[in-house]
Design a protein around this ligand. Structure first.
Ligand code: 5GP
Length: 215
């Protein structure tokens, strides 16, 4: 038997997009999946929305004013950007390609407009998941229970929910968020399956050649 070291199977990462109407539980699901999955990094967006009390600069978002956001657009620093619920949000380009090439997957908590933009540039690296609430009441309750947003903000987000939901058919996977634990498990299953896609396992040919050499 030969003593050649077994090659690891290199993989190209993918961009995992989670979208949903506000209040569906997407951010909670995303945080938990990030905690449980190694090799998954969060893309931290830039926004002009005011910071919520529970949020931290650089962990939840990079919070900037309109002027800085416009400068970032002008310098081409965003992979995608959109106006959502009255504020600007964008995904900074820096690091994403490097992460994908090194076999890391990147999770994006972005809306349907951003997903459409990523689709145009992704060349097969995009996996998109849309979350739906089990009922409209559940969505409303969740928005109200997040005591950090004003009534006005809650009303604006509720009024946009139907519009947001109309984009479900543009996504690869659709999950109805009946319970958080079940949805977290489903998202993890999607990640496992997507990691096994043959075209992402770019080191497979080398591995199979190695196996054949062992015969
Ligand atoms: P929130 O203000 O509740 O954190 O986010 C509001 C909405 O903006 C959510 O649907 C969220 O997914 C979306 N969002 C957050 N960051 C980005 C981004 O970088 N790009 C786009 N297109 N949407 C974003």
């Amino acid at each position: 038997m030969k003593n050649t070291p077994r090659p690891t199977i290199n993989r190209r990462g993918f961009m995992l997009v989670l979208s949903s109407p506000s209040g569906t539980g997407k951010t909670t699901i995303a945080r938990k999946v990030l905690e449980l999955e190694c090799e998954l990094e969060l893309s931290i967006s830039v926004t002009t929305r005011p910071m919520r009390e529970s949020e931290k600069e650089g962990k939840d978002y990079y919070f900037v004013n309109n002027e800085i956001f416009s400068q970032m657009i002008a310098k081409g620093e965003f992979l995608e950007h959109a106006h959502v619920y009255g504020y600007s949000y964008g995904t900074p380009k820096a690091c994403i390609e490097k992460l994908l090439a090194s076999g890391k997957d990147v999770l994006f908590d972005i809306d349907w407009q951003g997903t459409q933009q990523l689709k145009q540039i992704s060349t097969g690296d995009l996996v998109s998941v849309f979350l739906l609430p089990p009922t409209i009441q559940a969505l409303e309750e969740r928005l109200h229970s997040r005591a950090e947003d004003s009534l006005e903000t809650v009303q604006l987000r509720m009024s946009k929910a139907a519009d947001e939901m109309s984009h479900w058919a543009e996504y690869d996977y659709v999950i109805v968020n009946h319970t958080l634990s079940e949805s977290i498990q489903i998202v993890r299953s999607i990640i496992q399956a997507e990691r096994l896609k043959r075209r992402r396992q770019i080191g497979l040919a080398r591995f199979v050649n190695f196996l054949r050499g062992e015969e």
